[in-house]
Each structure stands twice: as C-alpha cells, then as structure tokens.
Design a protein around this ligand. Structure first.
Ligand code: 13P
Length: 258
C-alpha cells in the first residue's frame, strides 16, 4: 500500500496545560522506546490552549501537531474564532474539520465544513475532514447516502493542485460509535471506506484517490485497533478517549506499524 498509516489523537475539550504536557511526555517516551521500529505517522490535536506548550515538546520530534477546528474566515471581527494561520504559527500542520460534535452541537453543515477545508488549505494546513452517520440513519439504511452527501460537498472546494489534493485526509466516524464503546465491525468500516474511496476515484482519478488517507474513528482501543487497521481502505485511526492515556494511545499506534 502506498499510503502511510496515520494515528491521530483528538483530545477534544480535555487537558489543562499540565495534564497535556504529561500526556505528550508519555507518548514521546513510548515512541522513544520504539526507536528503530517501523511506526506510523503520529498526530496529536490538543485543545487550543495547550497547543503551544505541547508544540514545544513535540517540535523536532516525529509527532505532528494539529487543531480540532478553525474558522472559515480571514482575520477580522469574528469573536471567539481562530484562523488557520494562528494554528500554523504554533506549529500545527493538520486541522480536524467537521467532527460530528461540531456538526451536531454547533450547527456545522457540509457546506461550511467544505469552506473551512478551503481555508485550511489556503493557510497551509492539511485538513482532516470527518464524516459519519447517526444510529437512526444507519438503521434506516441511509448510511451511504449520508456519507455520499458529506463527501460530495468537499469536491467543489478542493484545490486544483494534485499534490495538495493527495494530502487530504478523511475520517469516517460513525456517530453511534463515538465514545460509546461500540465499534463498527471491521467489515462495516471497510464497506464505508471502500465507498468513499470509490467516490474519490470517480471524482479525482485513481492516482489521487489511491493517495488520500481515510481514517476510522469511534471507540478504537488497543485491543481492537489492529483488526480494524488490517482492512485495505482503513489507513489509520482518529482516536478520542483512548488518546488521553499515553499507554492506550501507544497500544493503538502499535496496531498500525509503518
Ligand atoms: P472515541 O475514540 O472516544 O470513541 O472518539 C472518537 C472521536 O470522536 C475521535 O474524533
């Protein structure tokens, strides 16, 4: 497979600076013990207030830094918002966009998520665009329609540059699996990932589609990571709860060597 695995920790609204520092310290120690082994790409996305201190710890290491959200707007009168440039200034190279919590609690729709993606690219960040269906949507057999709508929305705002398109990361996070302890079965995950891959092939061509990474998120733990990651279109994980314990996060990283 030509895609490098990526395991990303979404710390959500957790981690005062001291806690964030010791968490990233634990991850760094664990990765140091794995030196010489083949390890996937590792990303941490702390809350905004801890990005700077975590960034100081991970600067010059293999750990990448990301934000959990950003504004679609350029700098200006947008109280409470932050720009992509503010993230890059702190060392972020990634930003999570359209997480289901933002869609359901803060009214973000696919069109807004798509505009945020364009702004992320403009500001030099690699977007991780999240998609996923609710339990009601799955139970009424609408999973692929919902995913289709969410993924289609990104195409009009993708940059023309092929290399930038290939950097795009998508994350399939079934809403019913987030923080519930219920994981999609590896087959359920693969079905949706393959559907997304096919959409990418149809719209962007084989070459680009084969480079875009599609992560799975939703109750990934050390004991289920490797079986989910073994599926051909699953290129890594977006981890919530288990990313808050260094040992668990490292266990998940071990599930996706290289
Ligand atoms: P959990 O791993 O806690 O289910 O959260 C997944 C998630 O929402 C990551 O973005």
């Amino acid at each position: 497979m030509s895609r490098r695995g990526l395991v990303a920790g979404n710390w959500k609204m957790n981690g005062l600076i001291g806690v964030a520092d010791s968490l990233v310290g634990g991850i760094l120690d664990g990765l140091a013990k794995r030196a010489g082994k083949s390890v996937c790409e590792v990303l941490v996305c702390p809350p905004f207030t801890a990005i700077q201190s975590v960034g100081k710890r991970v600067g010059g290491t293999a750990i990448r830094l990301g934000g959990q959200n950003m504004s679609e707007h350029k700098p200006g009168a947008h109280t409470g918002e932050i720009t992509g440039q503010m993230l890059t200034e702190l060392g972020c190279t990634y930003v999570i966009l359209g997480h289901s919590e933002r869609r359901s609690m803060y009214g973000e729709d696919s069109a807004l998520v798509s505009r945020k993606m364009a702004s992320a690219y403009r500001d030099g960040l690699t977007p991780i665009v999240c998609v996923g269906e609710t339990l009601a949507e799955r139970e009424s057999n609408r999973t692929l329609d919902v995913i289709g709508e969410q993924v289609s929305a990104i195409f009009p705002n993708l940059p023309a540059d092929e290399a930038k398109r290939q950097q795009l990361v998508l994350a399939y996070e079934p809403v019913w699996a987030i923080g519930t302890g219920k994981t999609a079965s590896p087959e359920q995950a693969q079905e949706v990932h393959a559907f997304i891959r096919k959409m990418l092939v149809d719209k962007l061509g084989n070459d680009t589609a084969s480079k875009v990474r599609i992560l799975y998120g939703g109750s990934v733990k050390p004991d289920n990571a490797s079986v989910i990651f073994s599926k051909p279109d699953v290129d890594g994980g977006l981890i919530g709860g288990a990313a808050l314990k260094a040992e668990d996060f490292l266990g998940i990283i071990d599930g996706f060597p290289g």
